[in-house]
Design a protein around this ligand. Structure first.
Ligand code: AMP
Length: 218
């Protein structure tokens, strides 16, 4: 059973690593941002609240996010484990998750602000599925086209310099304290910090090694 969370600033590569891990470990990944983007499409009641909050670069209310994540953990095929990408993002969310389900691994992708801009400006998304690419670091096989469906890729509306600045401020305010909280939980959760400015494959291998190490201790 592997219950993994991936932490890091916007653009640190959480989504990319979650997708790779999901393939390698054959367990689902649950992306908080993607859940919200799908919610905008299907839920008229909450549509404008989520859209406005995301487009301001702010975090949605924790109580709201927690509810959506719990529903998704139940819905997904997660009995062999799962990878949470972008949740928790606040201490309140982490405490609520802890009461609900035990997390085994926390992977923190550490990135500097100057690297974030490059990363986010080249990001591409396949909107229907949420698959992400990067024009330089993780390009699709064919220019601007999704590898699986052949459909056109697009940019996220909140991937602009102005909104990234607010997203990063939100990260410093709410998510950095959470990193310290996880460091303190080290005895209960297998915590790993990785510099995010390394190649995608290198980071992926480091994470896999970390997950395998724990197996040997058992
Ligand atoms: P992401 O796709 O992870 O970059 O998330 C996109 C946006 O969704 C964030 O900038 C927030 O507005 C919102 N969001 C994602 N995850 C959370 C979370 N755990 N708590 C609150 N808001 C979130």
């Amino acid at each position: 059973m592997k219950r993994i969370i991936i932490l890091g600033a916007p653009g640190s590569g959480k989504g990319t690593q979650a997708q790779l891990l999901s393939k390698s470990l054959c367990i689902p990944f649950i992306s908080a941002g993607e859940i919200l983007r799908q919610e905008i499409k299907k839920n008229e009641k909450t549509r404008s609240y989520i859209k406005n909050t995301i487009n301001q670069g702010k975090l949605v209310k924790s109580s709201f996010m927690i509810q959506l994540i719990k529903e998704n953990i139940q819905k997904k095929n997660s009995f062999n484990g799962f990878i949470l990408d972008g949740f928790p993002r606040t201490i309140e969310q982490a405490k609520s998750l802890k009461k609900y389900i035990a997390i085994e691994y926390a992977i923190y992708l550490n990135i500097e602000y100057k690297d974030i801009i490059n990363r986010i400006e080249g990001r591409l998304i396949h909107k229907p599925s949420g698959r992400t690419y990067h024009s330089i670091f993780n390009p699709p096989k064919q220019h601007n086209v999704d590898d699986i469906t052949g459909e056109i890729l697009s940019k996220r509306k909140d991937d602009t310099k102005k909104i990234i600045k607010t997203r990063f401020e939100e990260y410093i305010k709410h998510t950095q304290p959470l990193i310290h909280w996880f460091q303190k939980e080290k005895k209960k959760i297998h915590y790993l910090e990785i510099e995010a400015n390394q190649s995608i494959n290198h980071i992926h291998k480091k994470i896999i090694n970390h997950l395998n190490k724990k197996k040997k201790y058992k």
